[in-house]
Every structure is written in C-alpha cells, then in structure tokens.
Design a protein around this ligand. Structure first.
Ligand SMILES: N[C@@H](CCC(=O)N[C@@H](CS)C(=O)NCC(=O)O)C(=O)O
Length: 213
C-alpha cells in the first residue's frame, strides 16, 4: 500500500487526499505534525528534503510536490479521469488549479506567515489582512473564469469532479480558517455543496483525519 505523509490541516495534503479518494486509491496515512515542526526534522527530510507535506511513497518511488503527485496519479491511474479529454480544456482546468496552487496557497503557507509574524513583526490583524487579500483575489479570479468560460456544471468542469475541484475545495477549507465567507462567490459556493455531497471529498476533510485535533 502507498504511504501518504500528511498533516490534517495542510491544504496541499488535503488536495492530494481528495485526488486519492476520487481515484479510489487507499494509502496508509502517516501524520507529520507541522505544529511541532516534525516536517523540519531529519526523519521527514530524508523523505522530502524540502520539508513539505504531502509526500506519497509508492514502494521505492518517493513523490513530492502536490501538483506533480496529482498529475502522476492522473497518468498512473487514468480512471476516473480528473482532466478532460480536450487539450484546450485541460489547459483551462490546470489554470484553475494553478490559481489556487500558485497564486493563493503559497502566500498563506505556514512558513510565510511565520516569517511575517516573527521576523517582520506583524501582528495577527496584519496576518489576517494579508491572508484574506490573497484569498479573495484568488477566489475572484476563479469565479470570474468559471463565469466567463461557461464550462461548469455541478462541478468546475461539467458534471464530474476534476483537478480544479480538488484544489478548490482544499483552499475553501483553508480560507474558512481566516473567516472568508465563501457565499461571496455564488458559483464556487454551489460547486462546494456538490463536492461535499460526495464521499471522496467528505473523507478527505481535515477533521476526518487520524491526526485531527
Ligand atoms: N508546493 C508544495 C507546497 C507544499 C506545502 O506548502 N506544504 C505545507 C503544508 S500545506 C508545508 O509543509 N508547510 C511547511 C511550512 O510552511 O513550514 C506542494 O504543493 O506540495
């Protein structure tokens, strides 16, 4: 069985858990506690020298970086597909995912916030303003693309979940921790409802994980 190195509240681990569940792949859950900086210790860095969760280990193969792992899953386990057949639509779905993966999540990552807090002397109010700025900016862009391209149905692309939903739902969870009200983006809010009706998304939720506390 594959091993999934994960932290329950990590957005990047969350998106990978959703993708694994949608593909019907079971993985042994190995918690790495970011609160105690377990990810920066030698034991975990022997698995991922970058010191980030998630990591996915499949026998001798060690996979890191959630976008690369999710793309690997898609190629190694093509069914059910999380990317459309149409080349141009695949680029569009990857663009939606990249709004979250490149332009939202990295700005609100733990190490960035820790630096703002401890080395740049920012208080909780400033951190909150920082995070909500980038989260709102990203959701605005995501919603605008969904509206403009008219390719969504129950999910971001038609009526089957895709990689875009995988990234979106994990980011919504993270945004709620910063008290961002998702109802401001009606298309996204509806898609979230539809995703959360599915077991694959429910079981991937942070509070369903063995290390949730
Ligand atoms: N680009 C990486 C980012 C991974 C990442 O940022 N993981 C976070 C948890 S969501 C982490 O391990 N952060 C450790 C830290 O910031 O100290 C990926 O997508 O896998």
């Amino acid at each position: 069985m594959m091993k999934l190195y994960s932290f329950f509240r990590s957005g990047t681990s969350h998106r990978l858990r959703i993708a694994l569940n949608l593909k019907g792949i079971q993985a042994e859950y190995i918690p790495i506690d970011l609160r105690t900086e377990e990810h920066l210790g030698q034991t975990f860095k022997a698995i991922n020298p970058q010191g980030f969760v998630p990591a996915l280990v499949d026998d001798q193969l060690v996979l890191t970086q959630s976008p690369a792992i999710i793309e690997w899953l898609e190629e190694a386990y093509p069914e059910p597909a999380l990317l459309p057949e149409d080349l141009n639509h695949r680029a569009y779905i990857r663009a939606l995912a990249a709004i979250v993966g490149c332009d939202m999540h990295p700005l609100n990552n733990r190490r960035v916030l820790e630096r703002l807090r401890h080395e740049m002397g920012q208080d909780q109010e400033a951190i909150q303003a920082w995070c909500t700025t980038w989260l709102k900016d990203g959701f605005d862009a995501f919603e605008a693309l969904l509206k403009d391209r008219q390719l969504c149905g129950a999910f971001c692309y038609g009526d089957q979940p895709s990689i875009a939903d995988v990234y979106l739902i994990a980011q919504i969870e993270g945004a709620r921790r910063f008290k961002v009200d998702i109802s401001a983006w009606p298309i996204i809010a509806k898609i979230e409802q539809n995703c959360m009706a599915l077991e694959a998304f429910q079981k991937a939720a942070p509070m369903q994980q063995i290390d949730a506390a």
